[in-house]
Ligand binder design. Structure first.
Ligand SMILES: [Cu+2]
Length: 288
């Protein structure tokens, strides 16, 4: 469902990111805070502890995940809803291969979060009732794939009225492009992300490294999964939203500092066996 070999190559500078241990806060929302936004259940993930304390059951509707990259093993969290009849054991056996494309038949991707070293971000996803997994994989020593997966159930009825997060900009993911603003003000912003499909898409964001250009990014990607050298992206700035299915809408809260950023999608086009970014699903934007 999620990232591909070329994404690993591109984001290699990010390691070692701990798959954020998601520490769930089952109580939902900040204690004592008032207002409808705080009705959204909040689950904390960190690179060191992944999602320790993840509740086994959550109400249908909006769920907020915070991810903090505190330098552990895991680089992010991905969410997926398992298809009927797909067991946890089956999911894990495929996850172990480290090939996210093989996860496609097992369920529907529902996004997720990731952040560069020392950074954090927040995503809000809307989950209908079903059985879910939250997971990550990393490249371990000697070519071994490290993996982690936890499972939870989302049940109706929804937990009640929740106010939609207020947003600074809207981004639409399409086959094969981003409809997004050319610039954003510096600071921490919430972006509304909608996948208009028909394919699943993701939105990795990162700031172009000092002394590098957008052309350098294009040239690096052109090399494919075995690209040589460091990617021309500042590894501390990686963020974005993991693979989401068509028709979904989610919210991403991320901090941007002045510079030139790119957003890209590494989902594989199965018909052509190339990542969407190679089909033009990349966009430059400036932060000032
Ligand atoms: Cu895509």
């Amino acid at each position: 469902m999620y990232h591909s070999t070329i994404q690993r190559a591109f984001m290699q500078g990010v390691a070692p990111i701990a798959l954020a241990g998601l520490l769930l806060t089952p109580g939902l929302g900040r204690a004592g805070a008032a207002g409808p936004r705080d009705a959204i259940p909040t689950i904390a993930a960190t690179a060191k502890n992944f999602v320790a304390g993840l509740p086994v059951q959550l109400p249908a509707g909006m769920i907020r995940f915070t991810y903090t990259n505190d330098g552990g093993t895991w680089t992010g969290v991905s969410l997926g809803r398992l298809k009927d009849g797909v067991s946890q054991a089956t999911f894990i056996s495929v996850l172990k291969t480290g090939n996210y494309d093989k996860l496609d038949p097992l369920g529907v991707p529902y996004g997720g979060a990731g952040a560069g070293q020392g950074a954090s971000e927040t995503v809000v996803v809307t989950l209908p009732a079903g059985r879910y997994t939250i997971f990550d994989t990393e490249s371990g020593p000697h070519g071994k794939t490290l993996y982690i997966a936890k499972f939870f159930t989302v049940s109706s009825p929804a937990s009640g009225m929740m106010a939609t997060p207020s947003t600074a900009a809207a981004i639409t993911l399409k086959d094969m492009k981003f409809l997004a603003p050319d610039s954003l003000p510096a600071g921490t912003h919430t972006l509304k992300i909608h996948n208009a499909g028909p394919s699943a898409h993701m939105m990795v964001t990162g700031k172009i490294a000092k002394g590098k250009t957008y052309q350098d990014v294009l040239a690096y990607i052109k090399q494919g999964p075995n690209a040589k050298g460091q990617p021309p992206i500042d590894p501390t700035t990686f963020g974005g939203f993991n693979t989401m299915g068509p028709g979904q809408t989610a919210y991403l809260t991320e901090t941007f500092t002045p510079g030139t950023y790119v957003m890209l999608c590494f989902v594989t086009d199965k018909k052509k066996n190339i990542p969407h970014v190679a089909e033009g699903m990349i966009k430059k934007f400036t932060v000032s």
